[in-house]
Design a binder for this molecule. Structure first.
Ligand SMILES: [Cu+2]
Length: 494
């Protein structure tokens, strides 16, 4: 368990105590949630949303944002916010080359926006915090899907409310496929599983408690909206799409058997070369796609997906795989590390036919910028270059087609606070971290980069798609809400 000195060193408590009344914090700390025995509820898989109509080149969907009471903890009705009554929201499956048009109806009493995280979309469909849907109104978001296959996710982005809105349930998976990945021998159907993970705190009545930035006191991790669930798997190869939808929780995933993952994709799509990983960091808003092989696991085996970075023991085991006796040993379609230990098959480039060479660096760098992220104790605000978010200010004006390097500094070494930086619109490459090259699996394609306290990270991006104003922000959403966010604007080439 974390002691108080560690807690203070970790720093966010300082931020929370500064910004929010002590009474509110104290009450949140004392109210114990109803206990749920580990691995006592089955994993649920969010439903895949069906289009209301389709044309030659687009699929149309309807979604409704509303307050909904549903079962999160067994036998208890919890007030949540949902897309179409689902917690998390329904999964959208899109295919490269076909547009998706989503009409979002806002059934809340306040404004709402919906941002598709990781997507290359026109500014009018980006769900900018200052471009809301009024209560009782609806609007269409149009997603061209003119980008590589990737695990994206959508979530509310309403100015000053995104932290609480996402916390209460407004997020969902958006899985974009591509004719290229359809050629790969990857698991599909029931063996291709989105896992949306997020932190939560429940009170004694099983209701969600939102105290901003209260990372030490969110003792529950929900997987697809269920606490510490079990997942009955067959003796097959699985593609797991790990999506960190937390406001604050940092995951370092590991399997309890010590068997490795084969990481095949990062935030914005496939890695050029799949990576064998014992442990995988996935911080808020990041994604990792992994293959996990149950084919040679004896029936009846239980394997936990763990977070070895968990701050408390009860958050360490997140999900339990229960291996059934269905399926049988099959010749692996992809050479991957074996579960049986000894006979590890090395994975070399070229073994997966048609793996996209998506690693090319585009364009010559024309500009370097520097952004310093820190908690301003005097203002009680998370700031970028000493400023909180101002919707009327543009922090970076970028000529269309140009390539830039951004140097991002986490200046909170003394307080020990982690940050991330997320750019809307683009996938970028992480060039280096504290002067050392970033490993390939963490380098490209990325839309959110981790910043440990004191880190200096350089990223490179090419802004050659849409024009307009887009946000960039820390994706610890409680930091973004208070108000670690800026804007860049892509303008026509002069
Ligand atoms: Cu932050």
């Amino acid at each position: 368990m974390l002691n108080r000195r560690d807690a203070i060193k970790l720093g966010s408590v300082v931020g929370a105590a500064l910004v929010f009344p002590t009474k509110q914090l104290a009450s949140a700390f004392s109210d114990d949630p109803p206990g749920v025995p580990p691995f006592s509820v089955p994993l649920s898989i969010p439903p895949v949303l069906k289009p209301t109509r389709s044309t030659a080149d687009a699929d149309f969907y309807d979604m409704r944002i509303a307050e909904t009471e549903l079962e999160v903890l067994p036998g208890i009705r919890t007030k949540t916010l949902t897309f179409n009554g689902s917690f998390p929201g329904p999964t959208l499956r899109a295919r490269r080359g076909r547009a998706v048009v989503v009409r979002q109806f806002n059934g809340l009493s306040g404004p709402a926006t919906v941002h598709l995280h990781g997507a290359d979309v026109p500014a009018s469909s980006d769900g900018h915090p200052m471009d809301p849907i009024a209560p009782g109104q609806s609007r269409e978001y149009r997603y061209p899907n003119d980008q590589r296959a990737a695990t994206l996710w959508y979530h509310d982005h309403t100015h000053h409310f995104e932290g609480e809105r996402v916390y209460r349930g407004l997020s969902g998976a958006y899985l974009l496929s591509d004719p290229v990945d359809e050629l790969l021998p990857l698991p599909t159907g029931e063996f291709d599983v989105p896992l949306m993970l997020r932190d939560a705190k429940f009170d004694s009545k099983g209701q969600l408690v939102f105290v901003p930035d209260d990372f030490l006191n969110r003792p529950t991790v929900l997987v697809n909206g269920r606490p510490q669930p079990y997942f009955e798997v067959k003796r097959k190869l699985y593609r797991l799409r790990l999506i960190n939808g937390s406001n604050l929780e940092m995951f370092k995933f590991r399997l309890s058997t010590g068997a490795p993952f084969l990481q095949i994709a990062s935030d914005g799509g496939f890695l050029r070369v799949p990576a064998v990983r014992q442990e995988i960091d996935v911080w808020p808003a990041e994604r990792a796609e992994v293959l996990v092989d149950f084919r040679s696991v004896p029936p009846g085996t239980a394997i936990a997906l763990q977070n070895v970075a968990a701050l408390s023991e009860n958050k360490r085991d997140i999900l339990q795989f229960r291996v059934g006796d269905g399926g049988s040993w099959a010749k692996p379609e992809i050479a991957i590390p074996s579960w049986s230990g000894g006979g590890r098959v090395p994975l070399v480039r070229g073994q997966v036919p048609g793996w996209p060479a998506n690693n090319a660096l585009r364009g010559r760098v024309t500009r370097t910028r520097r952004f310093v992220l820190r908690l301003d104790l005097a203002k009680g605000q998370f700031v970028i270059n000493d400023q909180g978010f101002d919707p009327d200010r543009v922090d970076a004006t970028i000529e269309h087609g140009s390539t830039e390097i951004w140097e991002i500094v986490n200046d909170d070494a003394a307080l020990g606070i982690q940050h991330t930086l997320h750019l809307h619109l683009v996938q970028f490459r992480v060039l280096d971290r504290n002067g050392k090259p970033e490993p390939a699996h963490d380098s490209y394609p990325k839309d959110t980069v981790r910043l440990f306290p004191g880190d200096v990270v350089r990223i490179q991006a090419t802004f050659d798609s849409h024009l307009g104003r887009y946000p960039f922000h820390c994706h610890f959403l409680d930091h973004a809400t208070h108000s670690m966010m800026g804007q860049f604007e892509v303008v026509p080439k002069r």
